[in-house]
Design a protein around this ligand. Sequence first.
Ligand SMILES: Cc1cc2nc3c(=O)[nH]c(=O)nc-3n(C[C@H](O)[C@H](O)[C@H](O)COP(=O)(O)OP(=O)(O)OC[C@H]3O[C@@H](n4cnc5c(N)ncnc54)[C@H](O)[C@@H]3O)c2cc1C
Length: 429
Amino acid sequence: MTPGTPNPDADILVVGAGAAGLMAAITAGRAGRCVIALDGAKKLGAKILVAGGGRCNVTHHAVDERQYAGSSPHAIRNVLGRFGVERTRAFFAGLGVDLKQEDTGKLFPVSDDAHTVLDALLRAARDARVELRHPWRVGAISPIAGGFEVCREGEPGSLRAPRVILATGGRALPRTGSDGAGYDIARALGHTITPRVFPALVPLTLAAGHPLTQLAGITFPATISLRAPSGKVLAEFTNAVLLTHFGLSGPGPMDISRHVIGARLSGPGVTITMNLVPGLTPDRLDAALLSTRGLSVLRWLTHELPRGTPVPGLAAPGLPERFARLIAGHAGIDPVAPVTSLSRDQRRALVDAISRHPLPITGDRGFTYAEVTAGGIPLSQVRLDSMESRATPGLYLCGEILDVDGRIGGFNFQWAWASGHTAGSAAAK
Ligand SMILES: Cc1cc2nc3c(=O)[nH]c(=O)nc-3n(C[C@H](O)[C@H](O)[C@H](O)COP(=O)(O)OP(=O)(O)OC[C@H]3O[C@@H](n4cnc5c(N)ncnc54)[C@H](O)[C@@H]3O)c2cc1C
């Protein structure tokens, strides 16, 4: 035991045994430390099991700071660089979990089953002689001479150790136990939380009855753009969009959600539009329309070309028919009108309806449906080479409790592995 703490129960107490906490505990245990990991959940690893639609998207082949938001890119890069994708691959291979890369760049276990990942992590924790105690929900952490006392919430019982790793996650999917309680614990230990903590990777809502909600179930690729009142593009993502009865889901809307919510919280006047022909500018779309012969607007929008027809206007949106009718209606154009009959203004209206289709977002589905949390403890409050708190030495922070959130694609787990590994190895020194 590290000397100093009266009657310590462990060298290191890890609070929260999700992805980051498990990685930290395994790393510290492997370094020979006596580790107890505490978690309030009855069943461990709920988020790992639901991740990636039950397949667990463990990481991404190309991880860099540009795929994240929150704290400064420089600080995020610093931490990611300490435990990169190759080390994640090797770590899991060492646990008998080989990862395969899909066309999207996402890495999944070859089993396509998240249980493989969770079981391997729990086995690794046992092998590293980490004691996992749960349900054991922490209510407070108090500094004591030479370390910390970690108190159980609502029940008698406390544990002592010279070092504590706080890995309680954020507020996304609160039923898994990640309900933001860790923020209060961190505040009591001298930390501050970003002024705003809000859902990220979350579906977005439109007003009830908005025409797009009538098309629930339709999915298509699109570029979604968020613009400042000045017209400046603040964020842009190209990915699949799924229309739902409440609004927009799928990777495109989820990826841009944190930017939309953050911008709306900052002030009014931002606009959100989608381009249904990603990569095609309004000018090129207009040129495509101009060179189209012998097709109705509906035919052109749906790209339902008669077999063998030579098509000059190759770039057509290829929309499902119901969606095409909505687009024509939005532009105020009769869908059966021949493309060649459109006036200049009608063409412009149609191009706008396709390439700058307005998305009057009213809100989001909240933490219950969010995959991650935007906001948290700023990285400026930890030492990046160790994840040790600058406010309270001996306390280490890792995972989603920090102000870092990534895109869809395995980036959030990579953050958990990288920050967890750094915290675990530093706390073990
Ligand atoms: C539906 C869904 C799908 C996702 N899919 C992916 C994916 O495929 N790929 C990807 O990279 N990311 C994915 N994510 C995001 C990813 O799961 C998280 O970013 C990651 O799990 C964060 O890890 P963490 O350990 O920091 O926090 P968490 O996983 O939230 O773990 C925190 C742990 O702390 C415990 N805890 C909280 N408070 C206390 C307390 N007071 N006392 C004791 N214990 C406490 C909780 O019970 C929990 O077990 C998904 C998230 C969701 C919700």
